[in-house]
Write a protein that binds this ligand. Structure first.
Ligand code: ADP
Length: 477
């Protein structure tokens, strides 16, 4: 058991002001393996003060210097990759095949972000078309940014915020999910080893109270949040009251539309990642499989075969695709949806219950429901577990209507051999991302949700903008 009583503030591990602790469980064994401070508003206040005092010097460094720091941090992640992957799998139950790639992927993300430094260097000098004179438009960092994340990708979801925040010249306070604080503790060691100046990156572990204190702190200039739509609304309310910018990456109920010319081999290869990556605990998971009605049974059977063939078990086994879900609470939530599916008349092609295969661990039998109607609870609400719903459609218009009939608009997939036809369907979907025949992700393209799936954008130049504001300096001639 790793017992910690400290938080990372001002470049050092300091004792938390809070005496409350959070136990970190291994979801595969149900054992507590670590405990960390359940940080309070005093910790948050200290962390924000440290970030504030580090801000003038950090924001005065050149973009090239900050890019160099991101490169060093990327190198530290690469050097610590194996240990960090093990932490992610231990605290989150993420199959090692997935978590093993996370540090390298995060390092690559940081390097790509560093490559954007040139965008901050160029002098933007504009003539005034309405009066004699010109204006120099400066892009300046918003200030102290609060970064709040959920448990499903403990490292990656912070890195995609941290990289652009630091490059922009912001200093940050990180508040990770209470279920997965340990990867963030390891990240702070990497931050220190990379020579990030003291106070530029601070970490307070904790739960709702720490998050609330961070969002409401009068000296925090920006919040970037990934998590549930409900909490996103609460955070947006506070940021609205405080008139501070907020970026929100929220929930989804994404569709995968199977066109009648779909490539069976491609579908078989990509369905699991599209719909059940990370044991279904992925905001982008396409959990509504929309299929031509006349081929419903055939495709539902195929999906059932693909899902039941994927190995479930020890997340440390490299062959494992399905691990446990993160917590007993999450298992019970997913079980509630499975019950709703049965009660509302869906048919389970495979799975359909919590798993009794193992003595321990928060396992759900990976489930495919067929004969799902768009009105059923399992077709409307985000489940965040390995549950796929097969929904028949009559024609393309019907498929698009069902796909768009959701308060969410995060992602979608279109399976179809004719790319022009698949693209025409993709263009009618009210979502921030559409993968053609695959999961669809590109760090060089904007990522963000429409409708209740979020506000604002991450990744690439557009994601960097989220940490910048303008100062226009006007000259008269
Ligand atoms: P999940 O349901 O996946 O746990 P949540 O949206 O509940 O997602 O939590 C995501 C993150 O937001 C976590 O770090 C959590 O501690 C934090 N959080 C929860 N409630 C609040 C709140 N009211 N204000 C700020 N942060 C919060």
């Amino acid at each position: 058991m790793h017992v910690h009583d400290d938080v990372f503030i001002g470049g050092r591990w300091v004792r938390s002001a809070s005496s409350a602790r959070i136990e970190v469980l291994n979801p595969a064994t149900e054992e507590a393996w670590a405990s960390v401070p359940d940080g309070d508003e005093h910790d948050i206040d200290q962390a924000v003060r440290a970030a504030r005092s580090a801000f003038p010097a950090w924001s005065a460094t050149s973009p090239a210097d900050r890019a160099a720091v991101l490169h060093r941090l990327a190198d530290e992640l690469d050097a610590r990759a194996a240990a960090m992957s093990r932490i992610i799998t231990t605290e989150n139950g993420t199959p090692i095949a997935e978590s093993g790639a996370a540090p390298g992927h995060s390092a690559a993300h940081l390097r790509l972000t560093a490559d954007l430094a040139g965008l901050l260097d160029s002098v933007d000098d504009r003539p005034n078309p309405m009066a004699p004179g010109h204006t120099v438009v400066r892009r300046v960092p918003v200030g102290v940014a609060g970064l709040i994340t959920p448990w499903n990708f403990p490292l990656g979801l912070i890195i995609i915020k941290l990289g652009p925040a630091l490059l922009a010249g912001c200093t940050v306070v990180i508040k990770p999910a209470p279920e997965t604080p340990m990867a963030m503790r390891a990240l702070m060691d990497a931050v220190a080893a990379a020579g990030v100046p003291d106070g530029v990156v601070n970490l307070v572990t904790g739960a709702t109270d720490a998050g609330t204190a961070l969002v409401g702190h009068p000296d925090v200039d920006k919040i970037s949040f990934t998590g549930s739509t409900n909490v996103g609304r609460i955070i947006a309310r506070t940021c609205g009251e405080r008139l501070r910018p907020v970026t929100l990456e929220l929930g989804g109920k994404s569709p995968a539309i199977v066109l009648d010319d779909f490539d069976r081999e491609m579908f078989t290869r990509n369905l699991l990642r599209v719909s059940m990556r990370n044991t279904g605990q992925t905001c982008k998971a396409c959990t509504r499989l929309l299929v031509p009605a006349h081929r419903h049974d055939e495709i539902a059977t195929l999906a059932g075969e693909i899902v039941s063939a994927a190995p479930m078990g020890d997340p440390f086994d490299p062959a494992t695709f399905f691990g446990p879900v993160v917590s007993a609470r999450q298992r019970d939530r997913v079980a509630g949806y499975l019950n709703a599916g049965h009660a509302e008349g869906a048919t389970s092609v495979t799975g359909g219950d919590v798993s009794t295969r193992f003595d321990r661990g928060f396992y759900i039998e990976p489930t495919v429901f067929s004969h799902v109607t768009p009105q059923m609870t399992i077709a409307r609400e985000e489940i965040f577990g390995p549950v796929l719903s097969v929904i028949p459609y009559h024609d393309i218009d019907d498929a698009v209507a069902i796909a768009n009939d959701s308060p969410y608009g995060l992602a979608a997939t279109v399976f179809g051999t004719d790319e022009t036809r698949a693209t025409a369907v993709a263009e009618r979907l009210a979502t921030g991302n559409v993968g053609i025949n695959h999961y669809g992700s590109n760090a060089a393209a904007p990522f963000g949700g429409h409708k209740d799936s979020g506000l604002g954008t991450e990744f690439a130049a557009e994601g960097l903008d989220a940490y910048l504001q303008f100062t226009s300096i006007h000259y008269q001639s």
